[in-house]
Design a protein around this ligand. Structure first.
Ligand code: DON
Length: 570
């Protein structure tokens, strides 16, 4: 029997429960003058602001915020996960994209998740790509944090680690978001030696002594200790005890990759965003390109625009399914996918009055089986930091589903990023994304992501840092919040609060939020155009900092009320 047959329902209900908490009492948006950190958890924003107050820069603060997030919200991110960081260094006007995404172990095979036999495991999201040792990719977060600090920071790693260490040792109040996720996944957390001891009632003080031990070693001995030393050995052993295939060598071989971010000039702004292995940046730039051509340079918010926007996402999501994989192993013809002639066909469809089936947007490019390049031998949280010198860090980091693979190794919550691979061609993952051949698991491969840390420029200066958590909805939510601010003149807080929509091609549903309902008249208009509307609780969690310079410098920082975060700064 395929033990993951029933995961679809489990996943949907679990993610709806955990995706958000309502009625947060924290101040989710604030205006600062000098510097700002917007994370999705108040203590994490404060950790970043503490580093900025002590003279650190945006890279130091982003690293400190990531470390603190791993302590205070282990459901979303942490040392056992990975992510992407987009960094703008104001001094030399340079943008760098750090890819510290998890990689598959060397022993991974394309069919490793097909026909897995055995009894279904209890609880939600229990497919072998989602729960247990096989689900865990080789973590990239420790290497990503070290790379940010080494390359761009002004402080030592141990100074940057200090706030997280303090939170782990002294404890912190459990947020209602973490409490909700704890309840949803309780039956699995109870199986883990470390997590079963956690009291995840909202407001309870949680201490993380086993993680504090790791943070001490990280601070004292540096990143090597986590990949090359006894901690790495311990991590690999525990992953294997949970049925995984990760080895100590996999950890020793892990490398951060520096990539060229994607960019496009659209609606008068220069948008800089995530390249492959994320499909998110590509989706956003293609959607904006289609929108600009279909509706013109000065769009007006309303049903016709939302209709065209929903249509604009169908094509890039189909492209993702067909062509996207790890850029180290698959050549992705991005230029040909974005060719004006090809996009013109999508513009013609998206600019019409009615919704079209997703297949109508499928214009395969002449492309025989993607030639493989020589292999490189070698839950999610988004945060934004703007420092006093004008540096900007946009970081999206994740363990994938809440509490990752739901076991700890060396006190660290291990990711289940392997579920971002195609389990088989045509099979869907936890976010309903349909798997394509280019994204089957393979040795040391990075799975395709939707994470889209983005910085937008106008006249050569950064005006917006934005990004989101929320699986396949990350990119659509990020794009809408950016458009709310840049094109519809909303403040960061209004932009983040506003209702959002989502379409990912398959399923053929236009998702709207129940937490922040879209105007009924607009919904009816969209129905009349042929959209099948499906309400879901929320569409992602977005953090944003808008950088205003006229008449004077102001940083409008907003954490999404859907997750209960709040920004910090000065
Ligand atoms: O990389 C990705 O696209 C996913 N692993 C992100 C997962 C996520 O956002 C979970 N949710 N809140």
């Amino acid at each position: 029997m395929k033990r993951w047959i029933s995961i679809g329902l489990w996943c949907v209900s679990a993610l709806l429960i955990v995706g958000a908490t309502s009625g947060s009492s924290v101040d989710h948006a604030r205006v600062f003058r000098d510097y700002a950190v917007a994370a999705d958890q108040p203590e994490a924003s404060k950790a970043g602001a503490e580093i900025l107050a002590a003279g650190g820069n945006a890279a130091d603060a982003a690293a400190a915020t990531m470390l603190a997030l791993g302590v205070v919200n282990p459901a979303s991110s942490g040392l056992g996960g990975g992510g992407f960081a987009l960094y703008y260094s104001a001094n030399d006007d340079e943008l760098t994209f750090l890819d510290f995404r998890e990689r598959a172990p060397a022993a991974a095979t394309p069919d490793m998740f097909e026909n897995v036999e055995g009894e279904p495991l209890p609880g939600p999201a229990a497919a072998p790509s989602q729960l247990g040792g096989l689900a865990a990719g080789v973590p990239g977060e420790p290497a990503g944090i070290a790379a940010l600090v080494d390359r761009f920071g002004s402080m030592s790693l141990s100074e940057v680690i200090a706030p997280a260490l303090r939170l782990a040792e002294e404890g912190f109040p459990v947020s209602s978001a973490l409490a909700a996720m704890g309840t949803a996944f309780e039956v699995q957390l109870d199986q883990d030696a470390v997590m079963s001891k956690w009291d995840l009632a909202a407001g309870a003080v949680l201490r993380r002594p086993s993680l504090a031990r790791v943070l001490h070693v990280f601070a004292k001995e540096g990143v090597k200790a986590l990949y090359n030393g006894p901690l790495g050995r311990e991590m690999a052993t525990i992953v294997r005890e949970h049925g995984g295939i990760m080895t100590f060598q996999d950890l020793r071989d892990y490398r951060v990759v520096t990539r060229k971010p994607l960019e496009g000039v659209l609606f008068g702004y220069r948008w800089i965003t995530a390249p492959p292995p994320s499909a998110g940046g590509f989706t956003m730039l293609q959607s904006l390109t289609i929108l600009e051509r279909a509706v013109g340079g000065n769009p007006v918010y309303g049903a016709p625009l939302l209709h065209t926007m929903a249509e604009s996402w169908k094509g890039p999501f189909v492209d993702r399914q067909r062509y996207f994989g790890d850029p180290a192993q698959i050549i992705q013809p991005l230029d040909r996918m974005m060719s004006p002639r090809r996009l013109e066909k999508r513009v013609a469809l998206a600019g019409g009055e009615k919704a079209h089936p997703t297949r109508a947007y499928d214009f395969p490019i002449v492309w025989t089986n993607p030639p493989a390049k020589t292999p490189d031998n070698a839950g999610t949280s988004h945060l934004c930091v703007v420092d006093g010198k004008g540096n900007v860090a946009a970081v999206t980091t994740t363990v994938n589903l809440p509490f990752g693979a739901r076991f700890t190794a060396a006190g660290i919550v291990m990711n289940d990023e392997m579920d971002d691979f195609a389990r088989g061609v045509g099979k869907s993952n936890a976010f309903g994304l349909v798997g394509g051949a280019a994204n089957l698991p393979g040795p040391r491969k990075r799975p395709v992501s939707t994470m889209s840390p983005t910085i937008v420029f106008r006249d050569g200066k950064p005006v917006l840092c934005v990004g989101a958590a929320g699986g396949s909805r990350i990119v659509t939510a990020t794009q809408q919040v950016a458009m709310n601010i840049l094109l519809f003149g909303m403040d960061a807080d209004q932009a983040v609060d506003a209702p959002r929509i989502h379409h990912q091609g398959f399923p053929e549903k236009l998702r709207v939020e129940t937490m922040v309902p879209l105007d009924e008249a607009i919904q009816n208009d969209l129905r009349a155009r042929g959209h099948v509307i499906e309400p879901i609780r929320n569409i992602a969690n977005v953090q944003a900092i808008q950088i205003v310079t006229v008449p004077e410098r102001r940083l409008h920082a907003a954490s999404d009320p859907r997750k209960g975060g709040s920004p910090a700064g000065h």
